[in-house]
Design a protein around this ligand. Structure first.
Ligand SMILES: *Cc1c(COP(=O)(O)O)cnc(C)c1O
Length: 396
């Protein structure tokens, strides 16, 4: 039998199921099997699947104009950028097609900021162990994960990494070469680890003292996922100079953005950067709808409430399975159950029982459900994870 997957570059290893349709927090296969989606395409489908307002926006736009490139104005992009700047620290926005490209724009902007001030030697970007910033050459060098760097040539100069959570090491690493500190307020891939709020505040202060910029990667933890519009808003006096977003901002339509303050972003002028598709009318039609829904304080309050139900459920699992669960990690609706061994078998068993969950580093079973989940969905998910954990023997 020929394998219909044989021409797909096998950098992923998906299970056999293929989904045909989604509705809210549910996905359906062609033969009608139903799954509760608690991974949401890795924190992407923030409003679930086939949200009527998103479908309507995309269909309406699809009948009008798909693409003109940035040679021409895209009114919906101007509208979305204005909303982003109204609701965040930012004054300027560059739209991209992915998180990685938002990261590229952030790194380039930070370096150019110092270069434009005549400080050409200030190009070093400090990141943290366990970081994930995407898969471009720049992003894997920022992320510093040796598995992702191996085989792809010499590491790029200008990146330096310190241990997650080690504030003393960060302070030591900062110098007159430091262009920026680049951090995920909640690490996703690295094990769903939230940076303590007081550390974010301290990092902001350190950056100011050393004349370095602060860049947040909120690609995964942003856009309402932690119950605030952006995760760093939980911390006081911790606004960045630059922020990368993607994933949830498109709710499933691929786009991202790099947001900057006026002072920082001013260095990016005609010719500095570009993207053929970035801020494309289709993406912007969807992005405006997603922003309007998620930036609403009532919506965010409900995310915080249901996140409490998730947190309670996961804590109860930790109590029920003390020999198998190490603890609960993360923030809001980006949470992890840290297990005693590799979580893959539990993930697979959950899927067999109709629940989709993710995994992350540090033996973490990762939950990043659509932000529209209800308490009953949480109860169902926790029940399935409970059963899967009951059937699991951690391999040591
Ligand atoms: C997913 C992710 C990226 C990369 O986004 P892509 O859209 O896959 O390029 C960057 N940073 C973080 C924190 C992510 O979770």
């Amino acid at each position: 039998m020929s394998d219909s997957r044989q021409h797909i570059m096998p950098v992923y290893n998906p299970p056999a199921e293929a989904f045909e349709r989604g509705e809210g927090v549910r996905l359906f296969t062609q033969d009608g099997r139903e799954y509760l989606d608690f991974v949401a395409g890795i924190a992407v489908s923030a409003l679930g699947h086939a949200h009527p307002a998103m479908v309507e926006a995309l269909q309406t736009q699809a009948a009008k104009i798909w693409h003109t490139s940035n040679m021409f104005r895209v009114p919906a992009a101007e509208e979305l950028a204005a909303k982003m700047c109204r609701d965040t620290f930012a004054d300027r926005v560059f739209f991209t097609n992915s998180g990685t490209e938002a990261v590229e724009c952030a790194i380039k902007t930070a370096r150019k900021f110092h270069w434009a001030k005549g400080d050409e030697e200030r190009f070093e970007i400090i990141t943290f162990s366990g970081a994930f910033h995407g898969r471009s050459l720049g992003a894997i060098n920022a992320g510093g994960n040796p598995n992702y760097l191996k085989g792809f040539g010499p590491p790029l100069p200008g990146f330096c990494q310190v241990a997650f959570g080690d504030m003393a090491a960060l302070e030591n690493a900062m110098s007159d070469k430091t262009a920026a500190v680049f951090i995920e307020p909640v690490q996703g891939e690295g094990g769903v680890r939230a940076v303590p709020e007081e550390d974010l505040t301290a990092i902001r202060k350190l950056c100011d003292e050393h004349g370095a910029l602060l860049i947040y990667d909120e690609v995964q933890c942003g856009m309402g996922r932690t119950g605030k519009l952006f995760a760093h808003e939980w911390a006081e006096d911790a606004q960045p100079d630059i922020m990368c977003v993607a994933k949830g901002v498109g709710g499933g339509f691929p786009f991202g953005a790099c947001l900057t303050t006026e002072e920082t972003g001013i260095v990016m002028q005609p010719g500095s950067h570009g993207s053929t598709y970035g801020g494309n009318p289709l993406a912007m039609a969807v992005g405006n709808v997603v922003w309007d829904i998620i930036s609403d304080e009532t919506f965010l309050a409900e995310v915080r409430r249901v996140a409490g139900t998730v947190s309670q459920g996961l804590k109860s699992l930790a109590d029920t399975h003390p020999g198998k669960v190490v603890g609960v990690t993360g923030k809001g609706l980006l949470t992890g159950l840290q297990l005693k061994a590799l979580p893959k078998p539990v993930q697979n068993n959950c899927r067999d029982k109709g629940l989709l969950v993710g995994v992350a580093g540090n033996n973490v079973l990762r939950l990043a459900p659509p932000l529209i989940i209800q308490d009953s969905d949480v109860r169902e998910a926790v029940g399935i994870i409970d059963a899967a954990l009951g059937e699991w023997t951690p391999e040591t």
